[in-house]
Design a protein around this ligand. Sequence first.
Ligand SMILES: Nc1nc2c(ncn2[C@@H]2O[C@H](COP(=O)(O)OP(=O)(O)OP(=O)(O)O)[C@@H](O)[C@H]2O)c(=O)[nH]1
Ligand SMILES: [Mg+2]
Length: 361
Amino acid sequence: MQFPARPRIESLNQGGQPLPLGVSPRYRVSVFLLSGSVLYTEPLSHDSQALIRRLHSGDHRALARAITTVENRSPGWSELLKALFPLTGQGVMVGVTGAPGAGKSTLVDQLAKHYRNESRKVGIIAVDPTSPYSGGAILGDRIRMQDRFCDPGIYIRSMATRGSLGGLARATADVATVLDASGHDLIMIETVGVGQDEIDVVRLADVTIVILVPGMGDDVQSIKAGIMEIADIFVVNKSDRKGAEQVEREIRALQSLAARSDRWTPPIIKTVASDGTGIPNLVAAIADYKAYLQQENRLLEHKRHNWQERLLAMLRDALFERVQQQLADGTITRYAAEVAEHKRDPYTLVEEMVGKLSQAT
Ligand SMILES: Nc1nc2c(ncn2[C@@H]2O[C@H](COP(=O)(O)OP(=O)(O)OP(=O)(O)O)[C@@H](O)[C@H]2O)c(=O)[nH]1
Ligand SMILES: [Mg+2]
Protein backbone atom coordinates (compact mmCIF):
# COMPACT_ATOMS: atom_id res chain seq x y z
CA MET A 1 0.00 0.00 0.00
CA GLN A 2 1.48 3.32 -1.03
CA PHE A 3 1.16 6.40 1.10
CA PRO A 4 1.90 9.98 0.12
CA ALA A 5 5.03 11.51 1.54
CA ARG A 6 4.19 13.14 4.82
CA PRO A 7 5.13 16.79 5.37
CA ARG A 8 7.44 17.14 8.29
CA ILE A 9 7.23 19.85 10.90
CA GLU A 10 10.64 21.31 10.18
CA SER A 11 10.51 20.90 6.45
CA LEU A 12 7.69 23.23 5.52
CA ASN A 13 7.10 26.89 5.76
CA GLN A 14 4.73 29.14 3.88
CA GLY A 15 6.57 28.68 0.62
CA GLY A 16 6.97 24.98 1.12
CA GLN A 17 10.72 25.55 1.47
CA PRO A 18 12.80 24.01 4.22
CA LEU A 19 13.26 26.41 7.08
CA PRO A 20 16.80 27.16 8.17
CA LEU A 21 17.56 25.26 11.32
CA GLY A 22 18.21 28.50 13.15
CA VAL A 23 14.58 29.58 12.80
CA SER A 24 12.82 29.37 16.08
CA PRO A 25 10.84 26.18 16.63
CA ARG A 26 7.87 28.34 17.51
CA TYR A 27 7.89 29.73 14.01
CA ARG A 28 8.51 26.37 12.48
CA VAL A 29 5.53 24.84 14.15
CA SER A 30 3.14 27.70 14.21
CA VAL A 31 3.31 28.83 10.60
CA PHE A 32 2.25 25.87 8.62
CA LEU A 33 0.59 25.60 5.30
CA LEU A 34 -2.12 23.13 4.57
CA SER A 35 -4.40 23.26 1.55
CA GLY A 36 -3.19 26.77 0.84
CA SER A 37 -4.15 28.42 4.09
CA VAL A 38 -2.27 29.14 7.27
CA LEU A 39 -4.08 27.21 9.94
CA TYR A 40 -2.27 28.07 13.08
CA THR A 41 -0.48 31.24 14.06
CA GLU A 42 -0.78 31.53 17.83
CA PRO A 43 2.45 31.50 19.78
CA LEU A 44 3.14 28.38 21.80
CA SER A 45 4.42 28.10 25.31
CA HIS A 46 8.02 26.92 25.62
CA ASP A 47 6.75 23.74 27.17
CA SER A 48 4.55 22.91 24.22
CA GLN A 49 7.29 23.82 21.76
CA ALA A 50 9.67 21.46 23.46
CA LEU A 51 7.05 18.72 23.58
CA ILE A 52 6.26 19.06 19.89
CA ARG A 53 9.95 18.95 19.00
CA ARG A 54 10.35 15.77 21.00
CA LEU A 55 7.19 14.31 19.47
CA HIS A 56 8.59 14.91 16.08
CA SER A 57 11.87 13.26 16.90
CA GLY A 58 9.90 10.09 17.66
CA ASP A 59 10.36 10.25 21.42
CA HIS A 60 7.87 7.77 22.88
CA ARG A 61 7.90 9.35 26.31
CA ALA A 62 6.91 12.69 24.77
CA LEU A 63 4.18 10.89 22.84
CA ALA A 64 2.86 9.29 26.02
CA ARG A 65 2.88 12.66 27.76
CA ALA A 66 1.10 14.41 24.89
CA ILE A 67 -1.51 11.67 24.74
CA THR A 68 -2.12 11.78 28.48
CA THR A 69 -2.42 15.56 28.32
CA VAL A 70 -5.13 15.51 25.66
CA GLU A 71 -6.86 12.43 27.02
CA ASN A 72 -7.23 13.90 30.50
CA ARG A 73 -7.61 17.45 29.30
CA SER A 74 -4.73 18.46 31.53
CA PRO A 75 -3.51 22.06 31.37
CA GLY A 76 -2.27 22.91 27.89
CA TRP A 77 -4.37 20.26 26.09
CA SER A 78 -6.12 22.61 23.72
CA GLU A 79 -2.97 24.59 22.97
CA LEU A 80 -1.26 21.33 22.10
CA LEU A 81 -4.06 20.09 19.86
CA LYS A 82 -4.27 23.44 18.10
CA ALA A 83 -0.56 23.24 17.37
CA LEU A 84 -0.75 19.62 16.23
CA PHE A 85 -3.84 19.84 14.06
CA PRO A 86 -2.09 21.42 11.05
CA LEU A 87 0.30 18.49 11.05
CA THR A 88 -2.46 15.92 10.73
CA GLY A 89 -4.32 14.55 7.76
CA GLN A 90 -1.64 12.24 6.40
CA GLY A 91 -2.20 9.22 8.60
CA VAL A 92 -4.71 6.62 7.49
CA MET A 93 -7.10 5.68 10.25
CA VAL A 94 -8.17 2.07 10.27
CA GLY A 95 -10.94 1.07 12.66
CA VAL A 96 -11.10 -2.59 13.67
CA THR A 97 -14.19 -3.75 15.44
CA GLY A 98 -15.77 -7.05 16.37
CA ALA A 99 -17.08 -9.12 19.23
CA PRO A 100 -14.90 -9.86 22.28
CA GLY A 101 -12.32 -12.48 21.42
CA ALA A 102 -12.90 -12.27 17.66
CA GLY A 103 -9.17 -11.80 17.13
CA LYS A 104 -9.00 -8.01 16.78
CA SER A 105 -5.69 -7.60 18.61
CA THR A 106 -4.13 -10.54 16.80
CA LEU A 107 -5.23 -9.12 13.47
CA VAL A 108 -4.08 -5.60 14.32
CA ASP A 109 -0.74 -7.05 15.35
CA GLN A 110 -0.42 -8.84 12.01
CA LEU A 111 -1.32 -5.70 10.10
CA ALA A 112 1.17 -3.73 12.17
CA LYS A 113 3.86 -6.27 11.34
CA HIS A 114 3.05 -5.97 7.66
CA TYR A 115 3.17 -2.18 7.62
CA ARG A 116 6.34 -2.12 9.70
CA ASN A 117 7.97 -4.31 7.07
CA GLU A 118 7.11 -1.52 4.65
CA SER A 119 8.77 0.92 7.07
CA ARG A 120 5.49 2.64 7.86
CA LYS A 121 5.06 4.11 11.30
CA VAL A 122 2.11 2.56 13.05
CA GLY A 123 0.06 3.81 15.96
CA ILE A 124 -2.45 1.57 17.70
CA ILE A 125 -5.24 2.71 19.98
CA ALA A 126 -6.84 -0.17 21.81
CA VAL A 127 -10.18 0.79 23.27
CA ASP A 128 -11.59 -1.66 25.73
CA PRO A 129 -15.01 -0.88 27.04
CA THR A 130 -15.37 -3.94 29.24
CA SER A 131 -12.14 -4.13 31.15
CA PRO A 132 -9.46 -1.57 31.88
CA TYR A 133 -6.41 -2.12 29.74
CA SER A 134 -4.13 -2.19 32.71
CA GLY A 135 -5.85 -5.44 33.64
CA GLY A 136 -6.09 -8.92 32.26
CA ALA A 137 -7.21 -8.39 28.70
CA ILE A 138 -4.46 -6.00 27.79
CA LEU A 139 -1.89 -8.16 29.44
CA GLY A 140 -2.67 -10.74 26.80
CA ASP A 141 -2.46 -8.04 24.15
CA ARG A 142 0.84 -6.82 25.54
CA ILE A 143 2.36 -10.25 25.41
CA ARG A 144 1.10 -10.81 21.91
CA MET A 145 2.33 -7.46 20.73
CA GLN A 146 5.52 -7.70 22.74
CA ASP A 147 7.94 -8.11 19.89
CA ARG A 148 6.65 -4.85 18.51
CA PHE A 149 7.06 -2.99 21.77
CA CYS A 150 10.76 -2.38 21.33
CA ASP A 151 10.26 -1.05 17.81
CA PRO A 152 10.34 2.77 17.78
CA GLY A 153 8.16 2.75 14.64
CA ILE A 154 5.18 1.44 16.52
CA TYR A 155 3.28 2.97 19.37
CA ILE A 156 0.51 1.18 21.23
CA ARG A 157 -1.84 2.97 23.55
CA SER A 158 -4.68 1.44 25.44
CA MET A 159 -7.55 3.54 26.58
CA ALA A 160 -10.06 2.97 29.29
CA THR A 161 -11.73 6.29 29.19
CA ARG A 162 -15.38 5.47 29.43
CA GLY A 163 -17.09 8.31 31.18
CA SER A 164 -14.26 10.66 30.36
CA LEU A 165 -15.08 14.25 29.58
CA GLY A 166 -16.61 14.44 26.15
CA GLY A 167 -16.81 10.66 25.88
CA LEU A 168 -14.84 7.89 24.35
CA ALA A 169 -15.09 9.10 20.77
CA ARG A 170 -13.74 12.51 21.72
CA ALA A 171 -10.82 11.07 23.65
CA THR A 172 -10.00 8.58 20.90
CA ALA A 173 -10.15 11.27 18.23
CA ASP A 174 -7.79 13.50 20.18
CA VAL A 175 -5.34 10.67 20.77
CA ALA A 176 -5.51 9.82 17.06
CA THR A 177 -4.72 13.47 16.29
CA VAL A 178 -1.54 13.23 18.37
CA LEU A 179 -0.50 10.00 16.64
CA ASP A 180 -1.23 11.42 13.21
CA ALA A 181 0.67 14.64 13.89
CA SER A 182 3.66 12.76 15.22
CA GLY A 183 4.16 10.98 11.93
CA HIS A 184 2.26 7.71 12.21
CA ASP A 185 1.28 6.62 8.72
CA LEU A 186 -1.33 4.21 9.98
CA ILE A 187 -3.44 4.62 13.05
CA MET A 188 -5.36 1.51 13.95
CA ILE A 189 -8.17 1.73 16.43
CA GLU A 190 -9.34 -1.51 18.02
CA THR A 191 -12.72 -1.49 19.66
CA VAL A 192 -15.33 -4.03 20.64
CA GLY A 193 -18.28 -3.53 18.34
CA VAL A 194 -21.04 -2.93 20.80
CA GLY A 195 -23.11 0.12 21.49
CA GLN A 196 -23.23 3.63 20.16
CA ASP A 197 -19.93 4.66 21.73
CA GLU A 198 -18.00 2.15 19.66
CA ILE A 199 -19.88 3.07 16.53
CA ASP A 200 -18.93 6.70 17.16
CA VAL A 201 -15.32 5.61 17.60
CA VAL A 202 -15.14 3.66 14.36
CA ARG A 203 -16.78 6.51 12.50
CA LEU A 204 -13.52 8.39 12.99
CA ALA A 205 -11.76 5.88 10.81
CA ASP A 206 -11.15 6.23 7.11
CA VAL A 207 -11.46 2.48 6.72
CA THR A 208 -13.55 0.33 9.03
CA ILE A 209 -12.96 -3.40 9.31
CA VAL A 210 -15.66 -5.51 10.94
CA ILE A 211 -14.48 -8.90 12.16
CA LEU A 212 -16.78 -11.87 12.41
CA VAL A 213 -15.93 -15.41 13.40
CA PRO A 214 -17.57 -18.75 12.68
CA GLY A 215 -19.65 -20.32 15.34
CA MET A 216 -21.23 -17.22 16.76
CA GLY A 217 -24.72 -17.58 15.41
CA ASP A 218 -26.02 -14.24 16.58
CA ASP A 219 -23.08 -12.39 15.22
CA VAL A 220 -24.31 -11.88 11.71
CA GLN A 221 -27.72 -11.02 13.08
CA SER A 222 -26.28 -8.34 15.29
CA ILE A 223 -24.42 -6.72 12.44
CA LYS A 224 -27.75 -5.96 10.88
CA ALA A 225 -28.31 -3.51 13.66
CA GLY A 226 -25.81 -0.82 12.98
CA ILE A 227 -22.52 -2.49 12.23
CA MET A 228 -23.53 -3.48 8.72
CA GLU A 229 -23.43 0.03 7.37
CA ILE A 230 -20.15 0.96 8.98
CA ALA A 231 -18.18 -1.97 7.56
CA ASP A 232 -15.98 -1.06 4.63
CA ILE A 233 -14.34 -4.47 4.78
CA PHE A 234 -15.59 -7.66 6.41
CA VAL A 235 -13.09 -10.09 7.86
CA VAL A 236 -14.10 -13.64 8.67
CA ASN A 237 -11.37 -14.46 11.15
CA LYS A 238 -10.65 -17.87 12.65
CA SER A 239 -11.47 -19.30 9.27
CA ASP A 240 -9.39 -22.32 10.30
CA ARG A 241 -12.56 -23.25 12.14
CA LYS A 242 -15.68 -24.82 10.71
CA GLY A 243 -18.34 -22.49 9.41
CA ALA A 244 -16.32 -19.70 7.79
CA GLU A 245 -18.12 -20.20 4.47
CA GLN A 246 -21.44 -20.02 6.23
CA VAL A 247 -20.55 -16.65 7.77
CA GLU A 248 -19.43 -15.42 4.37
CA ARG A 249 -22.70 -16.54 2.80
CA GLU A 250 -24.71 -14.79 5.49
CA ILE A 251 -22.85 -11.54 4.94
CA ARG A 252 -23.40 -11.83 1.19
CA ALA A 253 -27.10 -12.42 1.77
CA LEU A 254 -27.31 -9.27 3.89
CA GLN A 255 -25.37 -7.30 1.32
CA SER A 256 -27.77 -8.33 -1.39
CA LEU A 257 -30.64 -6.96 0.67
CA ALA A 258 -29.15 -3.59 1.40
CA ALA A 259 -26.70 -2.02 -1.02
CA ARG A 260 -24.64 0.86 0.32
CA SER A 261 -25.61 4.26 -0.92
CA ASP A 262 -22.06 4.89 -2.15
CA ARG A 263 -22.19 1.65 -4.18
CA TRP A 264 -19.08 0.20 -2.49
CA THR A 265 -19.55 -3.49 -1.86
CA PRO A 266 -17.45 -4.36 1.17
CA PRO A 267 -15.19 -7.30 0.34
CA ILE A 268 -15.20 -10.33 2.62
CA ILE A 269 -11.72 -11.49 3.53
CA LYS A 270 -11.09 -14.79 5.26
CA THR A 271 -8.20 -14.76 7.69
CA VAL A 272 -6.46 -16.82 10.31
CA ALA A 273 -4.97 -13.95 12.28
CA SER A 274 -3.05 -16.27 14.58
CA ASP A 275 -0.84 -17.52 11.73
CA GLY A 276 -1.10 -14.61 9.31
CA THR A 277 -3.17 -16.37 6.65
CA GLY A 278 -5.14 -13.88 4.57
CA ILE A 279 -3.29 -10.80 5.83
CA PRO A 280 -1.90 -9.89 2.38
CA ASN A 281 -5.48 -10.06 1.02
CA LEU A 282 -6.65 -7.80 3.82
CA VAL A 283 -3.84 -5.33 3.16
CA ALA A 284 -4.83 -5.31 -0.51
CA ALA A 285 -8.48 -4.73 0.42
CA ILE A 286 -7.50 -1.77 2.60
CA ALA A 287 -5.46 -0.34 -0.28
CA ASP A 288 -8.39 -0.88 -2.67
CA TYR A 289 -10.80 0.91 -0.40
CA LYS A 290 -8.37 3.76 0.09
CA ALA A 291 -7.97 4.06 -3.68
CA TYR A 292 -11.75 4.04 -4.05
CA LEU A 293 -12.04 6.83 -1.46
CA GLN A 294 -9.56 8.89 -3.36
CA GLN A 295 -11.74 8.87 -6.44
CA GLU A 296 -14.34 11.57 -6.89
CA ASN A 297 -13.31 13.31 -3.69
CA ARG A 298 -14.95 10.62 -1.58
CA LEU A 299 -12.34 10.85 1.16
CA LEU A 300 -12.87 14.57 1.51
CA GLU A 301 -16.62 14.03 1.57
CA HIS A 302 -16.21 11.36 4.25
CA LYS A 303 -14.02 13.67 6.31
CA ARG A 304 -16.44 16.57 5.89
CA HIS A 305 -19.26 14.42 7.13
CA ASN A 306 -17.22 13.27 10.12
CA TRP A 307 -16.12 16.77 10.95
CA GLN A 308 -19.67 18.01 10.85
CA GLU A 309 -20.54 15.50 13.55
CA ARG A 310 -17.36 16.08 15.50
CA LEU A 311 -17.74 19.83 15.44
CA LEU A 312 -21.28 19.54 16.75
CA ALA A 313 -20.07 17.20 19.49
CA MET A 314 -17.22 19.54 20.39
CA LEU A 315 -19.59 22.47 20.50
CA ARG A 316 -21.99 20.51 22.68
CA ASP A 317 -19.17 19.63 25.07
CA ALA A 318 -17.84 23.17 25.22
CA LEU A 319 -21.25 24.70 25.84
CA PHE A 320 -22.13 22.10 28.41
CA GLU A 321 -18.86 22.71 30.21
CA ARG A 322 -19.58 26.43 30.23
CA VAL A 323 -23.05 25.86 31.65
CA GLN A 324 -21.66 23.55 34.28
CA GLN A 325 -19.15 26.19 35.32
CA GLN A 326 -21.90 28.76 35.58
CA LEU A 327 -24.03 26.46 37.65
CA ALA A 328 -21.24 25.08 39.81
CA ASP A 329 -22.32 27.20 42.79
CA GLY A 330 -25.44 25.17 43.46
CA THR A 331 -27.73 27.24 41.24
CA ILE A 332 -29.02 24.13 39.49
CA THR A 333 -30.09 22.62 42.82
CA ARG A 334 -31.97 25.82 43.66
CA TYR A 335 -33.62 25.93 40.24
CA ALA A 336 -34.60 22.28 40.51
CA ALA A 337 -36.25 22.93 43.85
CA GLU A 338 -38.11 25.91 42.43
CA VAL A 339 -39.41 23.84 39.52
CA ALA A 340 -40.34 20.94 41.79
CA GLU A 341 -42.28 23.32 44.01
CA HIS A 342 -43.95 24.82 40.96
CA LYS A 343 -42.55 28.24 41.71
CA ARG A 344 -41.06 28.45 38.23
CA ASP A 345 -41.58 26.71 34.92
CA PRO A 346 -38.58 24.81 33.51
CA TYR A 347 -39.11 26.04 29.95
CA THR A 348 -38.62 29.72 30.75
CA LEU A 349 -35.77 28.81 33.05
CA VAL A 350 -33.84 26.99 30.33
CA GLU A 351 -34.49 29.85 27.89
CA GLU A 352 -33.11 32.29 30.45
CA MET A 353 -30.03 30.16 31.07
CA VAL A 354 -29.32 29.85 27.35
CA GLY A 355 -29.84 33.61 27.05
CA LYS A 356 -27.27 34.24 29.79
CA LEU A 357 -24.84 31.97 27.99
CA SER A 358 -25.03 33.92 24.75
CA GLN A 359 -24.70 37.23 26.64
CA ALA A 360 -21.55 35.95 28.29
CA THR A 361 -19.81 35.18 24.98
N1 LIG B 1 -8.04 -20.55 15.91
C1 LIG B 1 -7.80 -19.26 15.82
N2 LIG B 1 -7.59 -18.52 16.92
C2 LIG B 1 -7.38 -17.21 16.78
C3 LIG B 1 -7.36 -16.57 15.53
N3 LIG B 1 -7.14 -15.25 15.72
C4 LIG B 1 -7.03 -15.06 17.04
N4 LIG B 1 -7.16 -16.24 17.69
C5 LIG B 1 -7.11 -16.45 19.13
O1 LIG B 1 -8.30 -15.93 19.70
C6 LIG B 1 -8.04 -15.40 21.00
C7 LIG B 1 -8.54 -13.97 21.09
O2 LIG B 1 -7.78 -13.16 20.23
P1 LIG B 1 -7.64 -11.61 20.47
O3 LIG B 1 -6.79 -11.09 19.35
O4 LIG B 1 -7.21 -11.28 21.85
O5 LIG B 1 -9.13 -11.13 20.27
P2 LIG B 1 -9.75 -9.70 20.53
O6 LIG B 1 -10.87 -9.57 19.59
O7 LIG B 1 -8.70 -8.66 20.46
O8 LIG B 1 -10.27 -9.84 22.02
P3 LIG B 1 -10.76 -8.67 23.02
O9 LIG B 1 -9.84 -7.48 22.80
O10 LIG B 1 -10.65 -9.25 24.36
O11 LIG B 1 -12.18 -8.36 22.62
C8 LIG B 1 -6.54 -15.54 21.20
O12 LIG B 1 -6.30 -16.68 21.95
C9 LIG B 1 -6.00 -15.69 19.81
O13 LIG B 1 -4.79 -16.42 19.77
C10 LIG B 1 -7.59 -17.39 14.37
O14 LIG B 1 -7.62 -16.91 13.25
N5 LIG B 1 -7.81 -18.71 14.59
MG1 LIG C 1 -8.10 -7.15 21.90
